[in-house]
Design a protein around this ligand. Structure first.
Ligand SMILES: *[C@@H]1O[C@H](CO)[C@@H](O)[C@H](O)[C@H]1NC(C)=O
Ligand SMILES: *[C@@H]1O[C@H](CO)[C@@H](O)[C@H](O)[C@H]1NC(C)=O
Ligand SMILES: *[C@@H]1O[C@H](CO)[C@@H](O)[C@H](O)[C@H]1NC(C)=O
Ligand SMILES: *[C@@H]1O[C@H](CO)[C@@H](O)[C@H](O)[C@H]1NC(C)=O
Ligand SMILES: *[C@@H]1O[C@H](CO)[C@@H](O)[C@H](O)[C@H]1NC(C)=O
Ligand SMILES: *[C@@H]1O[C@H](CO)[C@@H](O)[C@H](O)[C@H]1NC(C)=O
Ligand SMILES: *[C@@H]1O[C@H](CO)[C@@H](O)[C@H](O)[C@H]1NC(C)=O
Ligand SMILES: *[C@@H]1O[C@H](CO)[C@@H](O)[C@H](O)[C@H]1NC(C)=O
Ligand SMILES: *[C@@H]1O[C@H](CO)[C@@H](O)[C@H](O)[C@H]1NC(C)=O
Ligand SMILES: *[C@@H]1O[C@H](CO)[C@@H](O)[C@H](O)[C@H]1NC(C)=O
Length: 467
């Protein structure tokens, strides 16, 4: 792995307190190259009145806020003589070549001449590579220790990501690993008591992670549940579910209980049950009106739970709402399309966006619809650019929904797209480095999205990437 060392540029944006916090190191990784930035304690020419220094932090919303990949190092907006903008981390002037002071060009075409660098009065040649560290888009991060698809995972309270179980093409897995966004690497943690795939993880109010059900290598549905304690990195078993199930949902309710719905154990199930953290017990609650698996569950703004579609007595367009105060399910509007293996995302305005999936004829869908909880009515919205199932959907901190990968019925996909709820339209968000379906996506606290594992049609994946 190549390693280029640049020194971090002190600019007036940094407080004196930061400057005296001796030699903080930051690193960025882009594909196979890493760059280390060292925050200098010495003064720098950023405030040199002789230079036309006007460095600003790169603009961007909090969601795609341009900081250096894998670190909070800010990125700056550098300008050429023609006022073309390049976003790159702060670099120490002493390691940069000056530009030709007449033509404002650089000897190497790997560099661009920057006139607002704050490097004394002279313009400097900024290596274009440095812009990669701040660019939006997709870049690889550390790989998991295990190849897996159909895994489940959650973001821990401490900001790390826990990924559990799944299947590696031969066996269901009992192992688990954690991703640290500050280092971009994965570490194996304690293993579960049961190998499981097609299970669900939920973060409980006490910060522990509840893993529910799934199926074993044999295909048999599981009724076991286990708790992960992030402070110990280990697992304990907790109460069994009343019904074994996989292809189910599990949602954390506002009262802290976890609602598991449907799934399959041989046939489709209409049962639902609640996990109570204080007793470690599961108790049954009202049955759904429809048995269903490969459906979705979403928490609505009033705390009720909306389930949609799936497969039960046929492929379903129906949806129903669970009220935890009564323990009862009420049928609500039908979707315009029958769908299973779709995604559902609760938008900031409380509407639920349902995207893709497959219909009763086996056609993979690009259609998308919105549920309005105040009216119980579904309306269609802009179609995705690609039909897909086995994709992921994540609500970003700017409110947009990022859809990644999946399968269109013919090909496994590396394409991604963003839904803007203000315009009801989709724009492409570039291609992942790796084709993936049945992978997992996590919105990190730094706003980036971590994508891990999955299946590309041939291989079970251990690779991970960041958006
Ligand atoms: C990274 O390095 C490996 C091994 O040196 C090489 O096979 C791979 O093509 C490189 N990837 C990129 C994106 O440069
Ligand atoms: C980037 O995000 C961080 C944390 O979310 C925030 O403190 C900072 O102000 C943001 N910067 C910009 C330029 O938006
Ligand atoms: C800042 O935002 C403006 C307007 O959206 C855009 O033209 C410009 O390229 C952005 N600059 C950077 C460094 O991203
Ligand atoms: C450079 O472009 C920015 C917008 O990207 C503009 O605000 C600024 O006035 C321009 N500066 C010059 C010298 O043209
Ligand atoms: C350009 O740089 C050379 C050598 O550093 C110097 O002698 C010359 O005066 C400079 N020319 C201008 C226009 O600044
Ligand atoms: C500059 O770019 C040209 C055309 O892209 C290329 O042929 C040449 O080798 C490059 N020069 C250097 C020094 O990289
Ligand atoms: C799949 O997982 C099993 C059980 O952990 C392991 O023995 C096997 O080596 C794994 N296979 C691959 C291809 O990773
Ligand atoms: C619920 O949990 C308590 C304490 O762990 C246990 O004694 C009791 O038997 C459990 N009840 C059921 C129905 O499992
Ligand atoms: C939903 O499905 C049912 C039965 O499959 C069908 O009769 C009904 O027309 C569908 N409704 C809509 C809105 O597509
Ligand atoms: C995405 O997949 C397509 C088709 O499989 C391929 O042509 C393209 O190179 C891939 N893009 C990336 C960034 O890997």
């Amino acid at each position: 792995m190549a390693s280029i060392v640049f020194l971090f540029l002190i600019v007036s944006l940094l407080s004196l307190k930061d400057q005296t916090a001796a030699s903080l190191s930051y690193s960025c990784a882009y594909r196979n190259t890493s760059v280390q930035f060292t925050l200098l304690t010495s003064a720098h020419s950023a405030s040199n009145s002789a230079s036309s220094c006007s460095l600003q932090q790169c603009n961007g919303t909090s969601a795609d806020n341009q900081t250096c990949s894998l670190s909070p190092t800010p990125c700056f907006d550098y300008r050429t003589m023609n006022n073309i903008s390049y976003c790159a981390p702060g670099v120490d002037c002493s390691v940069l070549q000056p530009c030709d002071n007449v033509t404002h060009s650089c000897a190497s075409n790997d560099s661009v001449c920057i006139v607002n660098s704050c490097c004394s009065p002279s313009a400097v040649c900024l290596p274009v590579l440095t812009t990669e560290f701040c660019s939006r888009g997709w870049r690889m991060t550390g790989s998991m220790n295990s190849r897996r698809y159909f895994q489940a995972g959650s973001i821990l309270v401490i900001g790390k990501v826990l990924v559990t179980g799944g299947h590696n093409g031969s066996f269901a897995l009992d192992n688990a690993e954690q991703y640290d966004p500050s280092t971009g690497s994965w570490t194996t943690t304690g293993s579960m008591s049961f190998a499981r795939t097609s299970h669900i993880t939920s973060i409980l109010p006490n910060g522990k992670v509840l893993v529910t059900a799934g199926h074993a290598s044999s295909g048999l549905s599981l009724d076991s549940a286990e708790l992960f304690d992030p402070s110990l990195g280990s697992w304990t078993t907790t109460g069994n579910l009343n019904g074994a199930r996989f292809g189910h949902t599990a949602s954390i309710l506002s009262n802290g209980k976890v609602l598991a719905t449907g799934g399959r154990n041989g046939g489709a199930l209409n049962t639902a049950e609640l996990y109570d953290l204080s007793t470690g017990n599961w108790t049954t609650t009202g049955n759904m009106n429809n048995a269903r698996y490969d459906h979705t569950a979403s928490i609505l703004p009033d705390g009720k739970v909306l389930v949609t579609g799936g497969y039960g007595s046929g492929y379903l367009n129906s949806s129903e709402v669970y009220d935890s105060s009564t323990g009862l399910w009420t049928t609500t509007g039908n979707m315009h399309a029958v769908r299973y293996q779709h995604t559902a995302s609760t938008l900031f305005n409380g509407n639920v966006l349902v995207a893709g999936g497959k219909d009763s004829s086996g056609t993979v869908l690009s259609s998308v619809e919105l549920y309005d909880p105040s009216t119980g009515v579904w309306t269609t919205t802009g179609n995705m650019n690609n039909p897909r199932l086995w994709h992921t959907a994540s609500v970003l901190s700017n409110g947009k929904v990022l859809i990644t990968g999946g399968y269109n019925g013919f090909n496994y996909l590396n394409t991604t797209e963003l839904y803007d709820s203000l315009t009801g339209s989709w724009t492409t968000a570039g291609s992942m480095n790796v084709v993936r379906s049945l992978h997992t996506a996590f919105v990190l606290s730094n706003g980036k999205v971590l994508i891990a594992g999955g299946y590309d049609g041939t291989n079970y994946l251990n690779t991970a990437e960041l958006y």
